[in-house]
Design a protein around this ligand. Structure first.
Ligand SMILES: Cc1cc2nc3c(=O)[nH]c(=O)nc-3n(C[C@H](O)[C@H](O)[C@H](O)COP(=O)(O)OP(=O)(O)OC[C@H]3O[C@@H](n4cnc5c(N)ncnc54)[C@H](O)[C@@H]3O)c2cc1C
Ligand SMILES: C[S@@+](CC[C@H](N)C(=O)[O-])C[C@H]1O[C@@H](n2cnc3c(N)ncnc32)[C@H](O)[C@@H]1O
Length: 677
């Protein structure tokens, strides 16, 4: 698979194990058990934890911000290894350290099978419960689940092992990938599943290792030993668990053979060094993009100063009293669609954790995307495509939709049961509420300049601040700081209408969308929207935009009479989305335009020429902007990706999505088309 192609969504992935008489899950396809029938948890502990010496290594980790330990596992299976590792981490690792456990799995188990497989270890229940609570719809790609307030991060890549390792950076410029500290090699037995253990896989395992990386596996198969030794591991056979004669441990000594393959595409999306300095960052802009970035960095032990021009956070587009958690199900397997889906699933988990125990900030009431008379067939095709993911979406007819919404609806459509709405200012406030974050309202940034140790940030009111890392999260105003036309961001005005609650009876119980949308009542208001008007302007609601919103509301709720409302009495709010030509955000390091022009001039003659030079980005300078009309959904995953890049952690984005979201993508197009002066 080429590195830009996405695995097909429509192919069901979930594996249905058989259950042996003693309750052990068994794979018919591979004719093997998921864990030992003797004492699965004792064997897992013995093989993977003990023989990677995790207890001793973790106890010796410094209790200092930035301490990171990375485990890579081939074969997530029931998650038993992960849960045992997490349990051990909690008991021995220092409080400030972070564990990133990245596991690759081609045939994941559904939540009920996972629960059944793990129920035999009640002692693991405090870990099993949150894992099941966060268990995602099994879409292909990389899912990041955060536990223990972010101290433990599970990155679960659903896909074949080779594709997964490639997307983690094993093939192209692996020196830029964050390497494993320890490997759990746990596919089914090599004789029954050779593809999981072959030379090509072991080469990638080595490519994602560094001197001192350890590995452990239950197998001592000759082919596995040969491949691991060839690619740089010094191996030892040691006694196996219980009745098993032996097992294998290894240490990577840094000598790989043969080296990584040359890239098949120009790696302009790959950036080199992380920021300089002392784990201090400045975030400019306190909307949802800036607030999520600040939180993601603070969780990694960074001190963050958030500079906001306005008198308070969340006064720009992120200031609406209600915001819907939208997504658009993709009709094709593209990176665009993959980001749309994964950012949506990530946002649902993010807000659930952010608002845990606070029903005022988040309502997971479900969301209906109604079809009109013309697009019923298209939505039905989409529902068919996603038939394997009923926890994500299902097709409903008009009667079912009406029952779900509690109001009469003329059409059916797609129902997303886990979606709903949030209070965006509360989401920003909560995200910023962290001891390592200082928010400074009333601080408009005038200019940025690079210096030896990082970035100098000049304030409008005089004075300046410095930090090794700066994230610009100022929506369409990003260009004011990053250079005249560095990024193709344009403002897109939007107005919501707030109807008094009594003006709509009955009111919907879930979010209902068609051309516009309406949310369930919140306080005294019912929020519907929104207008789209190109360009910048004022913040005064107009009667015309109210009328448009009411007309859209009437199309959703035929019993509502838009003409009966006096628009002069209505409340509303205006904001400006920042849009990009491809309707995806810009999330990542900021390109150095002159250096890009020079490095990739050859693409103008031949766009397919693989120029093996990584992107010349401005060290320590990042942007999260262009979130368009779905920023509440897209911002949290972008923030994780940027914070991981800054902190030198494994990215929550596969390499193909790093390319898709790269702030340099439009610049590259301009270079190819010869449009750059
Ligand atoms: C009417 C309307 C309805 C919407 N409904 C939804 C919805 O239901 N669901 C959804 O997901 N999305 C919705 N959106 C889109 C969503 O609001 C945006 O995508 C999101 O809020 C963008 O967040 P942001 O942080 O990038 O920008 P903003 O929230 O605009 O934040 C940018 C911040 O940067 C500050 N700033 C700018 N320049 C400077 C400077 N030089 N120095 C310091 N600070 C600066 C600004 O004051 C502002 O606070 C809607 C948008 C509108 C307009
Ligand atoms: C023995 S189980 C792993 C057990 C697991 N570590 C645990 O703690 O339960 C092996 C896993 O490898 C997965 N697998 C098999 N072939 C694969 C492939 N080609 N790519 C990725 N995963 C694969 C299987 O679906 C299975 O879940």
């Amino acid at each position: 698979m080429s590195s830009d192609l996405c695995p097909p969504i429509a192919t069901p992935r979930a594996s249905e194990p058989e259950w042996l008489a003693d309750g052990t899950p068994f794979s018919r396809e591979f004719n093997d058990v998921y864990y030992s029938r003797d004492d699965g948890s004792a064997e897992s502990r013995y093989v993977f934890l003990d023989h990677n010496r995790l207890a001793a290594r973790w106890a010796a980790l410094p209790d200092a911000p930035g301490t990171l330990f990375v485990i890579h596992e081939t074969g997530f299976g029931t998650g038993l290894n992960f849960l045992l590792a997490w349990q051990l981490w909690q008991s021995v690792a220092p409080a400030s350290a972070r564990l990133v456990f990245r596991s690759l799995e081609a045939f994941p188990l559904e939540a009920d099978a996972l629960a059944r497989a793990l129920q035999r270890w009640p002692v693991l229940e405090p870990f099993t419960r949150p894992l099941l609570g966060a268990w995602p719809p099994l879409l292909p790609g990389l899912h990041t689940l955060e536990f223990d307030g972010g101290q433990v991060s599970l990155q679960l890549y659903i896909g074949d092992v080779r594709e997964a390792l490639e997307q983690c950076g094993a093939d192209t410029h692996p020196e830029l990938a964050v390497k494993a500290d320890a490997w759990f090699l746990d596919g089914f037995a090599p004789a029954r599943n050779p593809a999981m253990w072959d030379d090509a896989v072991m080469r990638r395992v080595a490519a994602l290792s560094k001197p001192g990386t350890t590995l452990a596996t239950f197998t001592v198969a000759a082919a596995v030993r040969t491949a691991l030794a060839k690619h740089g591991f010094t191996l030892a056979r040691v006694p196996g668990f219980g009745r098993k004669r032996d097992m294998l441990t290894g240490v990577f000594d840094g000598e790989t053979a043969p080296g990584p393959r040359p890239p098949t595409q120009t790696p302009w999306h790959l950036a080199a060094a992380a920021p300089r300095g002392d784990r201090r960052a400045i975030v400019i802009g306190a909307g949802i993009a800036g607030a999520t970035c600040a939180r993601a960095l603070a969780r990694r032990g960074w001190r963050v100063t958030v500079l906001e021009a306005d008198a308070a956070p969340a006064t720009g587009a992120s200031g609406n009293p209600q915001g819907m958690l939208f997504t658009q199900l993709p009709a094709a397997d593209t990176p665009h669609g993959e980001f749309t889906l994964h950012s949506f699933m990530h946002a649902l988990r993010y807000y659930a954790e952010l608002f845990a125990g606070d029903s005022k900030g988040l309502s997971p009431c479900g969301l209906l995307q109604l079809h009109g008379p013309r697009d019923a067939a298209a939505l039905a095709r989409l529902a068919e495509r996603f038939a394997a993911y009923p926890r994500l979406v299902r097709l409903v007819d008009a009667a079912q939709a009406s029952a779900l919404a509690g109001v009469p609806l003329a059409h059916g459509g797609l129902y997303l049961p886990a979606s709903g709405w949030i209070v965006p200012p509360a989401a920003c406030g909560r995200a910023l509420d962290h001891p390592l974050i200082e928010t400074l309202p009333g601080c408009r940034v005038r200019a940025l300049s690079a210096e030896e140790s990082g970035w100098r940030v000049q304030l409008d009111a005089g004075g300046m601040l410095q930090a090794g890392a700066v994230i610009v999260a100022t929506a369409a105003a990003a260009n004011e700081l990053l250079g005249a036309d560095a990024l193709p961001l344009s403002p897109l005005r939007g107005q919501i209408t707030l109807l008094p609650r009594a003006a709509l009876t009955p009111a919907p119980r879930c979010v209902v969308c068609a051309e516009g949308y309406v949310a369930p009542p919140h306080g005294e208001w019912i929020c519907c929207g929104a207008s789209f008007v190109r360009g910048a302007g004022d913040f005064v609601p107009t009667a015309g935009e109210h009328r448009g919103n009411l007309q859209q509301l009437q199309e959703i709720l035929p019993f509502f009479d838009a003409t009966a409302v006096d628009v002069a009495t209505l409340a509303g709010r205006v904001g400006y989305r920042a849009s990009t030509p491809d309707r995806l955000p810009l999330a990542g390091p900021v390109p150095d335009i002159a250096a890009f022009r020079e490095a990739y001039a050859g693409l103008q003659r031949n766009a397919r020429l693989p120029i093996d030079r990584i992107g010349p980005y401005r060290r320590g300078l990042y942007v999260s902007a262009g979130h368009g009309s779905r920023g509440l959904t897209s911002a949290p995953l972008c923030a994780e990706a940027i914070a991981a890049a800054i902190a030198g952690e494994p990215s929550p984005l596969p390499r193909r999505l790093q390319r898709t979201l790269s702030p340099a993508r439009f610049l590259i197009r301009r270079i190819i088309k010869g449009q750059l002066p």
